[in-house]
Ligand binder design. Structure first.
Ligand code: AMP
Length: 567
C-alpha cells in the first residue's frame, strides 16, 4: 500500500473532531486493508495509532524535536536555524515539514513513491542503532523518507517520529471502527467482544486479524503468560457503607499497600516475567522477586496480580512509593539496590493457572487458589491481608488497623466477580482517608521568571475523556527549588523538555506522558478549561512514573467529585 493513502486518512481524521465521522473514516480504511497480507495490515494498524509496534512494546523511535529539526534541515537543504524559526511561528514541526517539502518539491520532480512498508522499515530502523554514529544514521534514514515524501506525507512522517500525530484517534474509535468494518454498526455484542479481546491482547493488530475472521476467532484470544495483560482498575468510594452498596455483602476487605502494581508471569517454559501496570517489562529490575516466585509459588504457569512494597533492608521499615520508584527505571547497580531496598510482594489475585485462564472464575475462588499455591514468607512474598465480612463494624475496625499500620487504606472486592482486564467496573473499590487527590497528566507548562527563570515552573494538568486530554487546572505548588529536597522544578524541567511539541513565548505544550498525583481543596465549574472544571488550590504531591496516561482520572470521576461537593 502507498503511504499516500494512509496520509490521506490521517488528514481526513485531523479535519473532523466528530467521533462518528472518525469512526466511519477508519472503518472504510479498514475495509481496504483487509485485502492486505497480515504483516502489512499489522504495520498499518500500528501506524494509525502513531506507533510502529504494539501499544505495550516500549521501543520508541527516540527522536526529540531538536533532532527532528536537523532531519528536516538535511532533507530540505534549509538551515536548522531557519527550520527552528518556522517551528516557532507554526508551532508544529509536522507543519514545518509540510511547508518546506512543498517548496523543495519543484526541484525533485522524479520522486520515488513511498510505500507504507518502506516508511515502517525506516522508522523501525531507528531503534536498531546504538553507539557511535547513531545520530547521523538516524538522520539519514528519515531524511531518505522525507526526500521522497509529498508535503502531506512529510507532515505525518515527522509527527509519527515525534510520537504526536494530532489526529485525535483514541482506542475507543479504533475499537468501534473494527466493529463497524468486521461486524457492522448494529452488532452490539461485538463492541464488548472487541474491547475484551483488546484488553487481553493489548495489540490492535492481533485483534483486527482475528476480528476479520469472525466473532469466534476473536473469542479465541486468551490471556497468555509472557504477554502483558492490562490490570483491573479500582473505583473510589468514601465509606465502608458505600463499598457494601457497590459490591454487595459479603465483601472482601484488604489492606491497600502503598507500592506499585506488579503482574507476575510464568510461562509454560518456566520463564518468569514481571510487568508494571503500564505494561513495562521490569523483569531485570527485580531479581529478588524472581527468586521468591521460583521458591514460593507452586505451579507450571501463571499470571498473578500483586502490589510490591519497598522496605529498608537494615531497619525493616516499609518505604513510601516515591522512594522505591527509582528501582522501576533502574538500569545499573540492580543487584546492589535489590539488597538495600528490596521489595515485599503482596499477592492478591490470579488470572491464569497451569494452562488455563482464570479470569471468568469468581474472585473468591481465585483467592482460594492463591492461598493454596503461595508459601508465605515475611519480607519476601505474602498474600494481602484480607477480611471477608458483611459486618460494617468489623470492616471499620479492619480499616482502622490498616491505617494504624501505615497502609494507605482498604481495597474492597466483590466476591463473585470475574477479573476484567483494563476495566474500572467496580469489582474492586478503593477507600482512603479523605484527601482529595487525582492522578493527572501534564499537557503543558510555562517557563518561570525571576528566581525560577529557565525552569518550567507552572504545569497544565489534564484528566481524560474518551481518549482526549482535558485541562482542569494549572499547578505550580508542591515542587522544591532545591534538588536535594525532593521533587524539584529542575527535575520536572528535565522530564518535560524532551517532550515539548509546541512553544509560544513562555508557554509550551508537551506530549502527555508525565503523570502526577495532585491534591486540591475543591473543584469548581469553570469555563477557563476545556474540561469544564477547575481544581482550586492544587498541589503536586508526587510523580507517578509507574502510571501511564491510561491510569489518570476520568472526566466522569471529576464530575462525580464536583457533584459531591455541591450536595
Ligand atoms: P489507586 O492507585 O489509588 O487507583 O488504587 C488502586 C491500586 O492500589 C491498585 O492498582 C494497586 O496497585 C494498589 N493496591 C494496593 N493493595 C492492593 C490490594 N490489596 N488489592 C488490589 N490493589 C491493591
Amino acid at each position: 500500500m502507498l503511504y499516500k493513502e494512509l496520509a490521506e486518512v490521517y488528514d481526513k481524521l485531523e479535519k473532523t473532531s466528530k467521533r462518528l465521522e472518525k469512526t466511519e473514516i477508519i472503518a472504510n480504511f479498514l475495509n481496504k486493508i483487509k485485502k492486505q497480507k497480515e504483516e502489512i495490515s499489522s504495520g498499518i494498524i500500528y501506524l494509525l495509532r502513531g506507533r510502529i509496534f504494539p501499544d505495550y512494546d516500549e521501543r520508541e523511535t527516540g527522536i526529540s524535536s531538536q533532532l527532528a529539526i536537523k532531519i528536516i534541515s538535511k532533507a530540505t537543504g534549509i538551515s536548522s536555524a531557519d527550520v527552528n524559526k518556522k517551528w516557532k511561528s507554526l508551532g508544529d514541526l509536522g507543519k514545518v515539514a509540510e511547508e518546506l517539502a512543498g517548496k523543495k518539491r519543484q526541484a525533485t520532480l522524479f520522486r520515488e513513491k513511498l510505500s507504507v512498508d518502506k516508511v515502517l522499515h525506516n522508522l523501525r530502523g531507528l531503534i536498531e542503532f546504538t553507539g557511535k554514529g547513531t545520530v547521523d544514521r538516524k538522520i539519514g534514514l528519515i531524511a531518505e523518507l522525507l526526500a521522497s515524501a509529498s508535503p502531506l506525507e512529510a507532515k505525518y512522517i515527522v509527527r509519527t517520529l515525534l510520537g504526536d500525530l494530532r489526529i485525535g484517534l483514541g482506542e475507543g474509535v479504533l475499537r468501534d471502527a473494527i466493529v463497524w468494518s468486521c461486524f457492522g454498526k448494529e452488532n452490539k455484542e461485538a463492541f464488548e467482544k472487541v474491547q475484551t479481546a483488546y484488553d487481553s491482547a493489548n495489540d490492535f493488530a492481533v485483534v483486527f486479524e482475528k476480528a476479520r475472521k469472525g466473532l469466534h476467532a476473536l473469542e479465541s484470544i486468551e490471556i497468555e503468560p509472557g504477554r502483558p495483560v492490562k490490570v483491573m482498575l479500582a473505583l473510589k468510594v468514601d465509606s465502608i457503607e458505600e463499598g457494601f452498596e457497590e459490591v454487595g455483602k459479603n465483601a472482601d476487605f484488604e489492606f491497600k499497600y502503598d507500592g506499585f502494581r506488579l503482574m507476575i508471569n510464568k510461562t509454560k517454559e518456566g520463564r518468569i516475567y514481571l510487568f508494571t501496570r503500564r505494561l513495562e517489562n521490569v523483569t531485570k529490575q527485580f531479581p529478588e522477586v524472581i527468586d521468591y516466585v521460583k521458591k514460593n509459588i507452586k505451579g507450571k504457569s501463571f499470571i498473578i496480580d500483586s502490589e510490591a512494597v519497598g522496605y529498608d533492608f537494615k531497619t525493616k521499615k516499609y518505604k513510601p512509593f516515591q522512594e522505591i520508584s527509582q528501582r522501576i527505571k533502574r538500569k545499573y547497580d540492580i543487584e546492589k539496590l535489590s539488597k538495600e531496598l528490596p521489595v515485599e510482594v503482596n499477592v492478591f489475585d490470579i488470572l491464569y493457572y497451569n494452562g488455563k485462564s482464570m479470569i471468568k472464575e469468581p474472585f473468591k475462588k481465585r483467592r482460594e487458589l492463591l492461598e493454596k499455591i503461595v508459601r508465605k514468607e515475611r519480607f519476601k512474598i505474602k498474600l494481602s491481608e484480607s477480611l471477608i465480612t458483611d459486618d460494617a463494624k468489623k470492616a471499620e475496625e479492619f480499616y482502622k488497623k490498616a491505617i494504624e499500620e501505615g497502609e494507605e487504606g482498604l481495597m474492597i472486592k466483590k466476591l463473585d466477580a470475574p477479573y476484567k482486564p483494563g476495566a474500572r467496573v467496580g469489582y474492586m473499590l478503593k477507600l482512603k482517608p479523605k484527601t482529595k487527590e487525582f492522578d493527572l497528566v501534564i499537557i503543558g507548562a510555562e517557563y518561570g521568571t525571576g528566581k525560577r527563570a529557565g525552569w518550567l515552573s507552572s504545569y497544565s494538568v489534564a484528566c481524560v475523556h474518551e481518549g482526549r486530554f482535558l485541562e482542569i487546572g494549572k499547578v505550580s505548588t508542591g515542587l522544591k527549588e532545591k534538588e536535594e529536597e525532593g521533587l524539584s522544578f529542575v527535575e520536572m524541567t528535565r522530564l518535560l523538555k524532551p517532550l515539548i511539541i509546541e512553544e509560544h513565548g513562555r508557554d509550551v505544550k508537551v506530549k502527555p506522558r508525565v503523570v502526577v498525583s495532585v491534591i486540591y481543596q475543591n473543584i469548581q465549574k469553570s469555563p477557563t478549561y476545556n474540561s469544564g472544571y477547575a481544581l482550586r488550590f492544587p498541589r503536586i504531591v508526587r510523580l507517578r512514573p509507574d502510571r501511564s496516561v491510561k491510569d489518570i482520572a476520568f472526566l466522569k470521576e471529576v464530575e462525580k467529585e464536583a457533584k459531591k461537593e455541591h450536595r
